[in-house]
Design a protein around this ligand. Structure first.
Ligand code: ADP
Ligand code: ASP
Ligand code: MG
Length: 410
């Protein structure tokens, strides 16, 4: 008898028919004798709907109240799914995050799970119930409702699996696994049977929304066996493997992209020790995360140009901060662009293969795509391009690195 944690995303519980289909799937696992905890998202579109309601009242709604509002989406689904399970003769009990002691820090809208006390869930499982838990939410030390950031139900599921020492955490979604890139952008993307944990972590952090980054981090920290599968089809999906070596022969496992960033540049900064700190210090004090950074020294070595990227939501605020820093640094000017996209190649095979970067740059050049920033690490290369070229760039790279179906797809 195994203990399985299953998570169903928004599309998988998008209407009553689909909720009933989830109940039927859960029932088959129960009938095999497994103990099942189900973590659910809000019905598709619901979180966006709630966000839009709040924005009708305030441009920047109070984060605490926002969490009270957003958490209601998942509460609807847990109740409906538990009723559907009851309807097919599978006793179930629904719980909000707080009711099963999903304790988080107090950073509203992007809280981190600190611990979970699984005693109540275990007691229900022992009594033969399916336990249905609301994803995306928890409570802080003082009992305030918190949410975990968009896509956070993945993290609730993995954290729940870690706390219960589950045999597997299954993420059911609208694709049947992790693909070489988002199949919505490249229809010839290929499903991977397995991917290393390290690669999945890079893909998620570089923008692949199939798993929330914190869910992958949790899986790594607590060694939770994690699988991504379809809630509409049968199949084994993609296993996130903890083996170190590449699980496929390919040098590149996947391509991630991200449209959520914006680029800022301070031009003509006097090149002195402490410049980077003076530019980025106020940005970090404002709690703005910086991703890529480039510093270029001009020919006379007297001044430098300093460019970095931030989340697009933080663009306006970062620009404002930079304008005042520029004055105090006597820099020439500030410029910015919030219409950029980042495309990244990921693969553990990069460690042992040279020439990946030049192959990448050649493929983009062939399509006339200008690269505006580059950053590399051991198993990834990222480029920033004009947002207009995102789809073309992803497809060109997918083709250049032969990631498509073996039959060529067309
Ligand atoms: P859910 O609501 O079930 O959490 P998400 O929309 O968050 O689903 O995640 C699934 C989506 O992730 C897919 O529909 C797909 O468009 C997108 N996606 C992005 N990158 C990938 C990838 N490499 N493999 C599979 N899906 C991906
Ligand atoms: N409902 C939340 C969202 O739309 C959490 C999730 O679906 O994982 O982001
Ligand atoms: Mg998701």
């Amino acid at each position: 008898m195994s203990l399985i944690v299953q998570k169903y995303g928004g599309t998988s519980v998008g209407n009553i028919e689909r909720i009933k289909a989830v109940a039927a799937r859960v029932k088959t696992w129960r009938e095999r004798g497994d103990r099942v905890v189900v973590v659910v998202s809000a019905m598709s579109g619901e979180t966006d709907r709630l966000l839009a309601l709040a924005k009708e009242i305030q441009a920047r709604p109070n984060p605490r109240e926002m969490d009270v509002l957003l958490s209601t989406g998942e509460q609807v689904t847990i109740a409906l799914l538990s009723m559907a399970l009851g309807g097919v003769g599978c006793p179930a009990k629904s719980y909000t995050g707080g009711q099963v002691h999903i304790r988080t820090d107090n950073s509203h809208n992007k809280a981190r799970i600190r611990n979970i006390n699984g005693a109540r869930v275990e007691a229900d499982l022992d009594a033969g119930c399916v336990v249905v838990v609301a994803g995306f939410q928890g409570v802080d030390e003082e009992g305030n409702i918190t949410t975990l950031g968009r896509g956070g139900s993945d993290t609730s599921a993995v954290a729940m699996a870690a706390a219960l020492d589950a045999d597997e955490c299954q993420i059911y979604t609208d694709v049947d696994g992790v693909y070489t890139t988002d199949p919505r952008i490249e229809p010839r993307a290929r499903k991977l049977d397995r991917i290393t944990f390290e690669e999945m972590l890079e893909l998620a952090s570089l923008g692949s929304k199939v798993l929330q980054i914190r869910a992958v981090e949790f899986a790594g920290k607590y060694r939770v066996p994690l699988r991504v599968l379809s809630s509409f089809k049968t199949g084994k999906g993609t296993l996130i493997s903890f083996e170190e070596e590449a699980v496929e022969d390919a040098v590149i496992s996947g391509i991630a992209f991200n449209r959520d960033e914006a680029k800022l540049t301070v031009l003509g900064v006097p090149d002195q020790p402490g410049v980077a700190y003076k530019i980025l210090g106020p940005i970090s004090e404002a709690n703005i995360e910086v991703d890529m950074i480039i510093q270029n020294v001009t020919a006379d070595e007297a001044t430098t140009d300093f460019t970095f990227t931030v989340h697009r939501n933080d663009y306006e605020q970062a620009l404002e901060i930079l304008h005042s820093t520029t004055r105090s640094l006597a820099a020439r000017e500030v410029s910015g662009d919030d219409r950029i996209a980042k495309i990244s190649l990921v693969g553990v095979g990069m460690r042992s293969h040279a020439g990946i970067a030049s192959r990448m740059f050649a493929a983009l050049a062939k399509e006339g795509i200008n690269i505006r920033m580059i950053s590399t690490s051991e198993i990834k290369i990222s480029v920033v391009v004009d947002e207009r070229y995102l789809e073309l760039g992803v497809r060109a790279l997918h083709y250049a690195f032969e990631l498509h179906h073996a039959d060529g797809g067309c």
